[in-house]
Design a protein around this ligand. Structure first.
Ligand code: GLA
Length: 733
């Protein structure tokens, strides 16, 4: 059992292989957080907590003459609002009497083998290979009846702890929930950096590292999706932490809507971190006895730097968050017609692209946007999920049969959450779109968002998408979402419940995704939101991969994929070879380099293959063979970042190492070639120091120790220009 309750000290210690997390019930029933970090062996860590009489930090009434016990300075496990803790709160309610305060104290607890489950929300799961234990800690507010159950899932082998909360209105009248965080954690210091991932459309998840400072520092989204702009993944680490050393804490929210991740360094230099649903425009009514589940947060700690922290999340998400057939099965190499044709295609043209692709060994053809309704540009058609047989020159089944006859699987693009005003669906049901009566809606790509909080909307969309997927043997779906939410108001909810729409939208989406992925267990689903606008751990529960960015420029992708790698496994990164010069940046890169970069993802092509020269086609053939050979090393191996392409102007490098450390693939891309360039040595990682390796089948062998500590001298003549690439394949001699 990885959860130890000490009934003398009243401590709960959660143990993973390399970390311990502890909380303690203290006088008056308050639950304090005493520790999270490197393994401790059952010690009561509350000796670290100091108390002093501080003016303007009040005391609970029952403290009587003790002026040192203050909620305002003590480390809390789930901080309340309005009862004397003035730092960021985890929960806020508007109670029956109109007051906003809550005061949660220990009531009971349960410890059991297995992992709790959150109905209707994504959450990590235990299975026969990976065990987990659960602690449920029930807290109560005596005066309002508010009950909060804090859930802790402990994945000992994965070095992961998950947290979530159930909030129950145990009173006899409705209350409003205006903040419901998933996680609150207090550190007794502020000498740390906070790492966040920011960006924009076509440049997602860039890393930003700043020292924690006094006041509140936060990232979040109010866009209805997790967003291109800030990712719901945050790291705290020592100022000196590197890829290989230092204390690091990762916090990853399994949620795809509005979120807030906020850190506050307080008056006594402690740091609180709170993460969960964004409280802006969040006001959820809980009737008597109703309950609310917060999304889950996955936490991990590493004393061995950022590299090991990332690997913890990679492993956990690959094996205990992603589900379905393609969690383990090799995913097909695909070709997508978007950047080759955009909206301008016919069925015959698609078959021609597929013919060329099949000859090169590509296994899946994906028909992107433009195959349905009146959708010949991005001003119309969304919502009308009826095949445009005129454009396809026949039925969908006929087209798929032709593609299948080439020995290829067939995949399709959909954008089910959206509607254009110029569509039959909107003409019939204008109230199905989110918009505020009496106000002109904000348009984005000329589309509106369907109100997924409404059952009839979800049912209609589910049925129409199922109809398409059942009409032909479709084996892949790209589920897109190409705008953010605005004018959020639902015609189906009363005026005083509009603060529920954002969250109900996400719950509605999750319900549809759960149903559709269960109904089509053999389909490979890929998430997308204008590239990586909804690239989060919540979506990974339903779709094992997500289109990482609309920016397909290999050099830009180095930075995007580098940032993404901090919190997400390579197996989740949708990545394709596109045409050169690149359509977004005009940059020219070799096919080799584009292949090297796209291979550090799910791998595919997105260009007009018929325009390729015979030499280029030969390179594509070889790339596919090479990718297939190294597929499991890339997808299941350990991922190491060797250099940061945002900081290092000379080259980007990263490495995969198989679990048994018998093989490895090192990838190097030059960024800025120099005349009379200095020599480059790259220190490899993750190898077995005692094993001997051959590099690209070389006669000579090198020990792992030599390559790790001495490094590998990059052949001078191989990388003399900008944007060249080199892959080193290491195998045990
Ligand atoms: C989004 C996606 C693209 C493509 C288009 C189609 O931008 O990210 O890959 O599917 O939509 O409209």
């Amino acid at each position: 059992m990885s959860i130890i309750y000490n009934n003398i000290n009243n401590t709960f210690t959660l143990q993973t292989k390399h970390s311990s997390y502890q909380l303690k019930i203290v006088d008056l029933g308050y639950v304090l957080h005493t520790y999270y970090g490197n393994t401790i062996y059952g010690d009561d860590m509350s000796y670290l907590i100091q108390m002093a009489n501080r003016c303007f930090s009040g005391n609970p009434y029952e403290c009587s003459l003790d002026r040192c016990f203050s909620l305002d300075t003590l480390p809390q496990e789930y901080s309340c609002f309005g009862t004397g803790d003035y730092r960021i709160h985890s929960i806020q309610t508007i109670n029956q009497d109109g007051s906003y305060a809550s005061d949660l104290r220990y009531s009971s607890h349960k410890i059991y083998a297995g992992k709790y489950h959150l109905e209707g929300l994504p959450s990590m799961y235990a299975d026969k290979d990976t065990a987990a234990d659960t602690l449920e800690l029930t807290l109560k507010d005596k005066s309002t009846g508010l009950t909060v159950v804090l859930y802790y899932g402990v994945f000992e082998d994965l070095d992961i702890i998950t947290r979530a909360a159930k909030i129950v209105n145990n009173s006899n009248a409705p209350i409003k929930l205006t903040k419901a965080s998933s996680l609150c954690i207090d550190f007794n210091e502020m000498n740390m950096d906070m790492i966040t991932f920011y960006g924009r459309h076509a440049m997602e998840r860039l890393m930003q590292r700043t020292p924690i400072h006094h006041g509140i520092q936060s990232v979040g989204s109010l866009r209805g999706t997790s967003s291109h702009h800030y990712n719901p993944f945050v790291i705290f680490c020592d100022h000196a932490a590197t890829e290989e050393s230092g204390n690091c804490y990762g916090f990853s929210l399994l949620y795809s809507g509005n979120f807030l991740a906020a850190a506050e360094a307080d008056q006594i230099n402690n740091t609180r971190f709170v993460m969960g649903i964004n409280p802006d425009q969040f006001c959820f009514q809980l009737n008597a006895q109703e309950c609310f589940f917060t999304p889950e947060v996955a936490l991990s700690y590493s004393s061995e730097g950022l590299g090991a922290l990332s690997q913890n999340f990679h492993k956990a998400y690959r094996n205990n968050l992603c589900r379905g057939k393609y969690k383990k099965a090799r995913r097909p190499v695909l070709i997508n017609n978007w950047e080759a044709t955009f909206f301008d295609f016919t069925g015959d043209q698609l078959v021609n692209i597929a013919k060329d692709a099949a000859e090169l060994g590509i296994e899946l053809f994906v028909m992107d946007d433009g195959w349905f309704g009146d959708r010949n540009d991005d001003f119309r058609g969304l919502g009308d999920w009826v095949v445009n047989e005129e454009k396809l020159q026949g039925s969908l089944k006929e087209l798929v049969d032709k593609i299948n006859a080439l020995g290829m699987k067939f995949g399709i693009w959909v954008e089910p959450e959206m509607v254009n005003e110029n569509s039959d669906l909107y003409r019939k049901h204008p109230d199905w779109a989110l918009q505020i009566p009496g106000r002109l809606p904000n348009l984005s790509r000329h589309q509106l968002v369907l109100d997924f909080s409404r059952k009839e909307v979800r049912d209609y969309i589910y049925d129409s998408i199922c109809k398409v997927l059942e009409s032909a043997p479709i084996e892949y779906v790209k589920w897109d979402m190409n705008r953010n939410l605005a004018d959020v108001w639902s015609a189906a909810l009363p005026t005083d419940r509009q603060g529920e729409v954002f969250h109900r939208y996400v719950l509605g989406l999750y319900e549809v995704l759960e149903k559709i992925t269960n109904r089509f267990p053999d389909i490979l689903f890929e998430g997308c939101s204008g590239g990586g606008g909804r690239f989060d751990a919540g979506m990974l529960y339903y779709f094992p991969q997500s289109w990482c960015s609309d920016d397909t420029d290999a050099i830009e992708r180095l930075e995007i994929q580098y940032g993404t790698s901090y919190g997400y496994p390579v197996s989740s990164v949708g990545s394709h070879v596109s045409v050169s010069p690149n359509q977004q940046t005009g940059r020219e890169t070799s096919l080799d380099t584009r292949g090297t970069v796209a291979m550090s993802g799910t791998f595919g092509y997105e260009l007009d293959i018929s325009k390729m020269t015979p030499e280029e086609k030969e390179i594509v053939k070889q790339q596919i063979k090479h990718f297939k050979k190294y597929y499991f090393l890339i997808q299941d191996g350990s991922y190491y970042r060797i250099s940061n392409p945002g900081e290092n102007n000379d080259y980007a490098a990263w490495q995969f190492v198989s679990q048994d450390r018998s093989s490895s693939l090192v990838n190097i891309v030059t960024l800025h070639a120099r005349a009379n360039a200095p020599f480059m040595h790259i220190k490899l990682k993750g190898l077995d120091p005692e094993k001997q390796y051959r590099i690209n089948e070389s006669k000579e062998t090198y020990s792992g120790a030599a390559l790790i500590y001495g490094g590998y001298p990059v052949p001078y003549e191989k990388l003399t220009n900008d944007y060249q690439s080199l892959q080193l394949c290491l195998s045990e001699a």
